[in-house]
Write a protein that binds this ligand. Structure first.
Ligand code: BT5
Length: 231
């Protein structure tokens, strides 16, 4: 088990920025982020004091960039397995409950480390995103302890991360992910991040051994997937 060391702030700009000063095993948390980040130029919205925002630092070790590409999925499944709700994983880095987003993961490679940023709506979701986000409180009907959930996720992250370091993105891990795969079997439209091409549309066949999304026989490495009727 990784022995995590927590560094908490009431207010941060972004815990992923705080984590730049960390070493392997450090975890940076905050009650509020003034400029929480998602992928690309997306924002991660805070609701003061209500939710989990944390960035765990792990050693990159000998993990190749290709291998690190599967880490957001490993973090996502670690979150999903730690929660007491039946959540799904939405490629590449989200945890959803039914048709709403519950948590997001932002992994960044920095020097010898990877920063695993996790935002999870524990007791509130941003009002402006009410049509497409939810919280554990909304699902379970009562307030949840942010600290208990933080600790459950860190324990789960520790075991999934260590298994991944040893065995990689193997069949066993992929089978756990496949059971929670939100997109598999659905007709999706995926806007690719790296080019200006038309979105790829087709039935999603799941996630491949390199972490890419399989749609209509094509492998998609970075992008945003949409299902008709769901924002
Ligand atoms: C993510 O990006 O989902 C990654 C979010 C990672 C946030 C954590 S918090 C701790 C650490 N420090 C940081 O600064 N970041 C990490 P992406 O897939 O790009 O999704 C971003 C999109 O999710 C936004 O464009 C909104 O549509 C939506 N969103 C923003 N805040 C949300 C929230 N609290 N709940 C649900 N959806 C949200």
């Amino acid at each position: 088990m990784i022995k995590w060391k927590i560094h908490h702030k009431k207010e941060s700009v972004s815990t992923n920025l705080d984590a730049l000063a960390g070493k392997s095993g450090d975890v940076f948390t905050a009650d509020y982020q003034s400029a929480g980040r998602g992928r690309l130029d997306h924002k991660w919205e805070s609701v003061k004091g209500e939710n989990l925002m944390m960035s765990a630092v792990v050693a990159r070790e000998e993990a190749s960039p290709e291998k690190v590409a599967t880490l957001p999925l490993v973090a996502g499944v670690a979150i999903a397995e730690a929660l007491k709700v039946d959540s799904s994983l939405k490629w590449p880095n989200d945890v959803w409950y039914k048709n709403k987003k519950l948590a997001g993961v932002l992994c960044e490679r920095r020097g010898d480390n990877v920063i695993i940023g996790i935002g999870l709506n524990v007791n509130a979701y941003p009002i402006a995103l009410k049509d497409r986000s939810t919280s554990l409180k909304e699902i379970l009907g009562e307030r949840q302890s942010v600290i208990e959930i933080r600790d459950a996720i860190l324990a789960s992250l520790s075991s999934f991360y260590q298994a991944w370091l040893i065995r990689g993105f193997d069949e066993h891990l992929r089978a756990i992910i496949a059971k929670r795969d939100y997109l598999r079997g659905k007709t999706v439209s995926v806007r690719q991040t790296d080019d200006d091409s038309e979105p790829i549309e087709g039935v999603c066949e799941g996630i491949a051994e390199d972490g890419s999304l399989l749609v209509g026989g094509e492998r998609i490495y970075a992008g945003e997937a949409h299902i008709e009727g769901v924002r």
